[in-house]
Every structure is written in structure tokens, then in C-alpha cells.
Design a protein around this ligand. Structure first.
Ligand code: NAD
Length: 359
């Protein structure tokens, strides 16, 4: 039976990458019934809403979506589609596998880590009090009563980390490790300084680890982890982190595997799962058939695994890896010289992957 999947092309380079990815997914032989839905700046400009209700309704119905990037203009009243998606669907886990494929220029060829980032809490919860406002004064007064003084010209952001939020993200990290034959989970924190938030995260992680005796568990302080990740990447496997550290370490890891064009991702919740690349809409490349579709294609591989189509996922990943390893039919960013005239376009890369899969 065909899998019904919500397909959100997005804007900027999104529609080109989504089309290339759809072609490769269909070439695996797995049957899809696509429900194509809009989101992003083009939709905002034509209909006044960057995230239509129909798109949300589709994701709630199909419970699985694949999405091209969407632009968030700086300094306007425009709300980020990605933030809305995460909030509306409670997509609490962000998974980002970062693997260095042979043929990609990187100083860290041994890298093969999976970042599991908590998506809803921490300093990104949006609990902020602007300097000079009555609300800010009230919070500082309250803090002073509790014995903590904050300068009166300070902005204040609150960092909530709960047992509930920590437990479900650490469980997700262990479940990922078990499903994907991974052997170790590392909890990343700053519990030596923030005892009641990161300390709580670490203590919950230790408890959860006792329920998964077949997977090794360790923890690292985040600054030390960054140092070790670039010194000895081969020692790390699945990393589970609160929101802020997860955001930073995923970009570090994306850089280690050859850049944003290579880094896939998934945002997972109870109600739905949305698969998308780590990178943005790169508007300067819009419509040029130039951008690298690998990150979205690898997000498609993750989606196949999520749908239980493991054999197709392996074939698709192996074909992408083979095209990158051969190095001739790859996009400009994967060539040693970015101006190499032999670089192929987005669509031609997709055709090369399909050819490899059918070989
Ligand atoms: P970006 O990732 O779009 O682009 C940064 C640079 O990375 C590009 O100029 C390009 O050189 C390179 N790049 C990115 N993707 C590439 C690809 N597939 N192939 C080849 N090169 C690629 O980041 P940005 O310029 O900071 O953001 C542009 C817009 O995207 C912003 O509006 C931002 O809010 C949005 N954004 C969306 C998402 C999402 O939808 N998930 C994520 C990040 C940023």
C-alpha cells in the first residue's frame, strides 16, 4: 500500500531540492501518495499566511512530512514556519545524523555521529523579559526577594528544563541507538555550573540509561565535548543535548562532514514527524538548478526508515554515497574547486543517484 506523505516544497531552493528528492524516493520502488502543501515566503506573499491551516491539517492526518527549507525574513512580523511547526505539532526531538561520506572534503573523515536535540525547552522556550519593561522589573523584584540580584539594565531569559522534557528526549536517543545498531549514548550538559537545569537533565539521563543496559552511556560537559569532537570524532556515536547546546553542536558537526549541503534532519513528535535538511532556503541560488540536494535526500532516507522501508533506505543511501564517492556527477559545493565547470545541477545529481540505484 502507498504511504501517504505530506510534501512541502518550501521556497528559495526548496522546490528544486524537493523535486529531486521526490524523484529518487519514487525510484526506490516504494509507493507514495504525495499530499503537496504550501508553506514559506511565496505562500505568504500570495495568500498572506506563511503556514496555512491546510498544511498543518495534512501533517496531522498523514503523520509524516518531508519539507524543503522556508525563508524567515529578518526584522518583519513574519513568524518562522519551522518554529510554528515545532510548536503546533510538539515536535520535541530533532535528529541530525552527521556522517562524513567518502569523496567529501573534510578534515574529520571519521565523523559518524547522531545529534539528538531537545526542541521545546531551555533558553529557546521564549520566556524573555525585555530590558526597561514593567515585566522585567517585576521579574527582577521577585529574584531580589529570593536573594538573587540582577542589574536593572539587564534583559532576562529563563531556562526551563523539566524531568518530562529530559526523559522523553533521552528515551528518544536510546530508542534511536537501539533501532539503528548504535552502541553508545553521550549526554551533553553544563551540570557543573547549572545544577538545577543541566544537573536535572544529567540525572534524568542517568536514570533512563539504567533502562537500556545494552547501550553504553557516558556524559560530557559541553565545552569539553566540542574540543573532543574535533580531536577524536571516532569516539562519539549518539549525542543527546538540551536545546541550545544541540543547536550549536549540530552546526559544528555539519561543518565537520563537509557543510550544510550534506546534513539531513528530522523533527519528531507523537503526532507527526517532519523530515528536512539542516540548511536554509539559500535564496541566491533559487531557480538556478545549482544547490546540492544531498541533505534533503538523506532526510528522505531517514523518512524511509521511519516508514519501516529499511531495505529501500539502505539502497538509496548507498546510491547517494556511491555518486559522491565517484565525484564526477556532483554539485559545485562537492567539487575541490567550487568553480569547476564539470559540476552538475540539482536535477542531474538526482538522475545520477537513480542510475546508480538501478545499476
Ligand atoms: P542557508 O543555509 O540558506 O545558506 C547559507 C549558505 O550555505 C548559502 O549561501 C550557500 O552557500 C550554502 N548552502 C546552503 N544550502 C546549500 C545547498 N543545499 N547546496 C549548496 N550550498 C548550500 O542559510 P541562510 O542564508 O542563513 O538562510 C537563508 C534563509 O533560510 C533564511 O530566511 C533562514 O531563516 C532560512 N532557514 C530556513 C531553515 C529551514 O527551513 N529549515 C533552516 C535554516 C535557515
Amino acid at each position: 500500500m502507498a504511504h501517504e506523505v505530506t510534501l512541502i516544497p518550501g521556497d528559495g531552493i526548496g522546490p528544486e531540492l524537493a523535486e529531486a528528492t521526490r524523484l529518487v524516493l519514487e525510484a526506490t520502488g516504494v509507493q507514495f501518495q504525495w499530499d503537496v502543501q504550501e508553506a514559506g515566503i511565496d505562500e505568504y506573499e500570495s495568500h498572506g499566511n506563511p503556514f496555512p491551516d491546510a498544511t498543518l491539517a495534512s501533517l496531522l492526518r498523514t503523520r509524516v512530512g518531508i519539507k524543503g527549507p522556508t525563508t524567515t525574513p529578518v526584522g518583519s512580523g513574519f513568524r518562522s514556519v519551522n518554529v510554528l511547526l515545532r510548536k503546533e505539532l510538539d515536535l520535541y526531538a530533532c535528529l541530525r545524523p552527521c556522517k562524513a561520506y567518502e569523496g567529501v572534503r573534510t578534515r574529520f573523515p571519521e565523523t559518524d555521529v547522531v545529534i539528538v536535540r531537545e526542541n521545546t525547552e531551555d533558553l529557546y522556550a521564549g520566556i524573555e523579559f525585555e530590558r526597561g519593561t514593567p515585566e522585567n522589573a517585576k521579574v527582577r523584584e521577585c529574584l531580589a526577594e529570593l536573594g538573587s540580584t540582577v542589574r536593572d539594565d539587564a534583559g532576562v531569559s529563563i531556562k526551563p528544563i523539566s524531568v518530562f522534557g529530559s526523559e522523553r528526549i533521552v528515551e528518544e536517543a536510546f530508542a534511536y541507538a537501539e533501532r539503528n545498531g548504535r552502541s553508545k549514548v553521550t549526554a551533553v550538559h553544563k551540570a557543573n555550573i547549572m545544577k538545577f537545569t543541566d544537573g536535572l537533565f544529567l540525572s534524568v539521563a542517568r536514570d533512563v540509561a539504567t533502562r537500556h543496559p545494552d547501550i553504553a552511556f557516558e556524559d560530557r560537559i559541553v565545552d569539553n565535548l566540542c574540543n573532543q569532537l574535533v580531536s577524536r570524532p571516532e569516539e562519539y556515536d549518539v549525542l543527546v543535548l538540551p536545546n541550545l547546546y544541540g543547536d550549536i553542536v549540530s552546526d559544528l558537526a555539519a561543518g565537520m562532514i563537509g557543510g550544510l549541503g550534506m546534513a539531513p534532519g528530522a523533527n519528531i513528535g507523537e503526532k507527526s514527524a517532519v523530515f528536512e535538511a539542516t540548511h536554509g532556503s539559500a535564496p541566491k541560488y533559487k531557480g538556478l538548478n545549482k544547490a546540492n540536494p544531498t541533505a534533503l535526500m538523506l532526510s528522505g532516507v531517514m523518512m524511509l526508515n521511519h516508514l519501516g522501508e529499511d531495505e529501500a533506505a539502505v539502497r538509496m543511501e548507498q546510491a547517494i554515497a556511491a555518486v559522491i564517492r565517484a565525484g564526477d556527477k556532483v554539485t559545485y559545493d562537492l567539487k575541490p574547486d567550487r568553480d569547476d565547470p564539470t559540476a552538475v545541477g540539482t536535477l542531474q545529481f538526482a538522475h545520477a543517484v537513480i542510475e546508480e540505484m538501478n545499476a
